[in-house]
Design a protein around this ligand. Structure first.
Ligand code: PEP
Ligand code: MG
Length: 324
């Protein structure tokens, strides 16, 4: 029986009406690689590159970064690995790159820093591209995009990194490029952003914080932080609709994807893949296998008419209990 359960955990998850929904793992440490493979991750949906930067006492060199990225890309190949460019600032500080601000979550963070420091960004992009030589599974993801101008700036630098490497006679496959939707302005730009990239990935941790004006790390307001708030659900619906109109896949890599009740709604919205912490992988696959997409759509339609997060949660919990 345990053997069967283990095999089931390793199999891709399919809804009862036959929709395959890949479940990827979130990661930031090389130490996560084996646990995520053993737990049946279909790839890495979010590799937080700032984590290896945080444990050093200076910026890692291009060669050092290649070593880090290569190990994770090679070990999951041919399964996809999404490397997110540096997302420091906010609550994530580099000891050797101090940023002091009164409102760090509204300040200099993520893509804003790397666009202002092209030398840091280009080194990282070059390392990602060089690490992917001979492989074909690299996705690059830009964090904290709040406008088309930022996306274009990031794409220009990626293009430049690639051209430099081609001039240096490297053979570099073209990576897939995606944008995180984690700032409310990006929700309203979802379709326009999606048209310019290969995929969208919703960062619900930040998106919920910014939509509801609730610091994700402040315990005093933790009760107000709610993934099933109707505003959050309407925002996610808008993102999935925008991606669909642009004909591009959309994934979700925030903690919300690991919440079984929320996962039902995401399946109903037609999200293409989920990325969760390793500890939640098996549970999320169970949710996918326990529902048809049609049933998830019915539940979503009901929830979208409701006003109280607690009532939405109760309805979904009831559906989970019925599913066993
Ligand atoms: C998010 O914001 O949901 C996300 C996945 O990124 P991070 O938690 O690293 O900010
Ligand atoms: Mg984020």
């Amino acid at each position: 029986l345990t053997e069967n359960l283990r095999n089931l955990a390793l199999e891709p998850a399919t809804t009862q009406d036959g929709v395959v929904i890949p479940v990827y793992a979130n990661s930031g440490l090389l130490a996560d690689i084996n646990p995520s493979k053993q737990s049946g991750a279909d790839g890495i949906g979010l590799y937080r590159t700032e984590v290896p930067f945080m444990v050093r006492d200076r910026f890692p060199s291009e060669e050092e970064q290649i070593g880090l990225y290569r190990e994770i890309l090679a070990s999951f190949d041919p399964r996809p690995v999404t490397l997110r460019t540096l997302d420091v600032g906010g609550d994530k500080a580099l000891p050797y790159f101090p940023v002091k601000e009164d409102n760090p979550f509204l300040g200099w963070r993520g893509i804003r820093i790397t666009l202002d420091h092209p030398e840091i960004f280009l080194t990282q992009l070059r390392a990602m591209l060089r690490a992917s030589q001979g492989l074909n599974n690299l996705n690059i993801l830009f964090p904290m995009i709040s406008s088309l101008a930022e996306l274009k700036g990031a794409q220009r630098l990626l293009q430049r990194a690639r051209e430099e490497l081609l001039d240096e006679h490297y053979v570099i496959p073209m990576p897939k490029v995606g944008v995180m939707v984690e700032v409310p302005s990006a929700v309203y730009l979802a379709e326009a952003l999606a048209r310019r990239v290969d995929f969208l990935s919703v960062g619900s941790n930040d998106l919920i914080q910014y939509l509801l004006a609730v610091d994700r790390n402040n315990t005093r307001v933790a009760e107000l932080y709610n993934a099933l708030h109707p505003s959050v659900l309407h925002a996610l619906q808008q993102v999935t609709d925008g991606a669909r109109k642009a004909g591009k896949p959309v994934s979700i890599c925030g903690e919300m994807a690991a919440d079984p009740a929320a996962a039902i709604l995401l399946i109903g919205m037609g999200i293409d893949s989920l990325s969760v912490n390793v500890a939640s992988l098996a549970r999320v696959k169970w949710v996918i296998r326990s529902f048809s997409q049609e049933r998830a759509q019915e539940l979503l339609a009901q929830c979208m008419e409701m006003e109280e997060p607690a009532a939405i949660r109760a309805l979904l919990n009831n559906a989970l209990v019925q599913a066993g």
